[in-house]
Design a protein around this ligand. Structure first.
Ligand SMILES: Cc1ncc(C[n+]2csc(CCOP(=O)(O)OP(=O)(O)O)c2C)c(N)n1
Length: 520
């Protein structure tokens, strides 16, 4: 810690200013151009520094942290190549409107013209994965830049703000503490939209209310929403992928629009009216020959009651008020029977999981092709927070759990993790071991890129040996228990459903991480 504030360097002014605004964790994978940050973090001891052994772990963990801590996460990354490794999970965070500030190191300003080995267009690399990119110019204004990044990140909706940090402005003296400033609040409710939503509900036509983002995280808003549905007969749906849903016994159960294109079209076909609350018109993940891109019927009348930048819970409260709907007290109470011994199948997996998820668990869902069957477990389990892959960029599950566990050390975290996706960021297990996180990773080991087999069929292909060899992961066979052990995480392989349930219960009750490899 410096005794002479006038001698404080730029990096320290950033660390101190961010901390004074409530930032106390930094997810990092630093290099030489970030050493002044490493030094400032060490000297000030104001933040918990969490090391990820690849940048995809860093940004995925930051995302999980922000989703659960309900405040911005901060990352420290190494120039354009480090950022490139970080980008896939930043993409997921951006789709989820997660608030995040990235500090991305760059060469010292005077060094940039020489095209040194790690030189590249840092701003260009950051742009597609950030809502805001800015490069620091001098030590004296560096902390003010960081506070502007924080302000942007905290806006409605949450944003990805990337501040490029040339090495010399971090090590130069003259850093000045900067104060926090007010983020942009949500866009106020539009009275016309409210009237149009009311008209849709009173039309007598088949109406769906599609809700996302903060509505799904807010139990009170969900009760109000269910009250509106009860009073008007409207249906409720959530998008296919959501950053966080508050689910479980005693809470309103919300169905999602299915992922497979035909199921999604069938699900939305009945509606001639749709009301969107913190949501956009649903679009298919991919285009397919002869199938539409937009999922609602062509002639469906769509009202945006609150956009992504709106306040969904407030909009629903206003709507309920106008139609005189009371919050629903109807409760979801059905726990399925505990499965008997036998193989783990698509039929018994939801019952097995819902009977074993502990109270107040955080469930991270990167189950991919098993996701459709596993999803039901969240409604019949004890109350839980359910976090999903939001941008379709696989390799998020293990990092997301790691960050969620850091945000909520007293809550057990369970990861439903498809095997192929696990391999993108498997080294996140090491961070879980090092941080002593209570995360149980359930690897759904079908030894293939199973979902892509269906996608091959969807484009009309007849798979031959070469196609299948690009989709099978059994040559050589992955041994997840051995991989986990190598990173300090104990584990077990199971193939019996009763064994699975017992192992989840034991692992979640013990502190520290554990991995269960489920052969399906
Ligand atoms: C970053 C990224 N790379 C590649 C893909 C394409 N992709 C989508 S699903 C998938 C395979 C998923 O396999 P796995 O995780 O084992 O789940 P399963 O389908 O077997 O349940 C791949 C490679 C992607 N979505 N994101």
């Amino acid at each position: 810690m410096t005794d002479h504030p006038e001698k404080m360097n730029g990096a320290e002014s950033v660390v101190r200013s961010l901390n004074s605004a409530g930032v106390d964790v930094c997810f990092a994978n630093p290099g030489t151009s970030e050493m002044q940050f490493v030094d400032a973090l060490d000297r000030t001891k104001l933040m918990r520094c969490v090391l990820g052994l690849s940048e995809g772990v860093v940004t995925g963990a930051a995302d999980g942290y922000a989703r659960m801590a309900e405040k911005p996460a901060v990352t420290l990354l190494h120039l354009a190549p480090g950022f490139a490794n970080a980008a896939a999970n930043l993409h997921n965070a951006r789709k989820a409107c997660v608030p995040m500030v990235n500090l991305v190191g760059d060469h010292a300003l005077r060094h940039q013209k020489y095209d040194a080995p790690l030189s590249a267009d840092v701003a260009g690399a950051c742009a597609p994965f950030s809502d805001w990119v800015h490069s620091g110019r001098d030590a004296g204004s560096f902390a003010a830049d960081a506070m502007e990044a924080l302000r942007v990140a905290k806006g409605a909706p949450g944003q990805i703000a990337t501040l490029i940090a040339p090495a010399d402005i971090g090590w130069d003296e003259g850093g000045k503490i900067a104060a926090e400033s007010q983020p942009d609040g949500p866009v106020p409710l539009d009275e016309d939209a409210l009237n149009n939503a009311l008209r849709a509900l009173e039309s007598g036509e088949k109406t769906v209310i599609i809700v996302a983002n903060s509505v799904l995280e807010n139990v009170t808003a969900l009760n109000i929403l269910q009250g509106i549905a009860d009073k008007t007969g409207a249906d409720i749906l959530a998008p296919t992928s959501n950053r966080r849903m508050e689910r479980g016994l005693g809470r309103v159960a919300i169905s999602k629009i299915p992922y497979p294109i035909d199921a999604a079209l069938d699900c939305l076909a009945p509606y001639s009216r749709a009301i969107l609350v913190e949501a956009v018109p649903p679009v298919a993940f991919f285009a397919y020959p002869g199938k539409p891109s937009l999922l609602l019927p062509k002639d469906c009348d769509i009202v945006t009651l609150a956009g992504l930048d709106g306040d969904g819970p407030n909009a629903l409260a206003a709507l309920a008020d106008r139609i005189g709907a009371k919050p629903s007290t109807a409760r979801n109470t059905a726990l399925p029977e505990r499965p008997q011994a036998g193989p783990i199948t698509p039929k018994n997996i939801a019952a097995a999981l819902s009977n074993t998820f502990p109270e107040d668990a955080i469930i991270v869902d990167e189950a991919i092709s098993s996701g459709g069957d596993a999803f039901a477990a969240g409604d019949s389990a004890k109350p839980n927070s359910w976090l999903a892959l939001t941008g379709g960029s696989i390799g998020i599950g293990i990092p997301l759990s790691t960050g969620a566990a850091i945000a909520c050390p007293d809550r057990p975290v369970i990861t439903l993790q498809a095997d192929g996706s696990a391999m993108y960021t498997i080294q996140g297990l090491w961070t879980q071991a090092r941080e002593g996180s209570n995360v149980t990773t359930i690897i759904l080991a079908n030894q293939s890129y199973e979902i892509l087999k269906g996608e091959l069929h969807n484009v009309g292909a007849q798979p031959g040996a070469d196609a299948l060899s690009m989709l099978n992961l059994d040559r050589p066979e992955l041994d997840f228990v051995a991989l986990a052990r190598g990173m300090g995480v104990p584990g077990r392989r199971v193939d019996d459903v009763r064994d699975l349930m017992r192992t989840i219960e034991e692992a979640a009750a013990e502190p520290g991480p554990f991995l269960i490899e489920v052969m399906i």
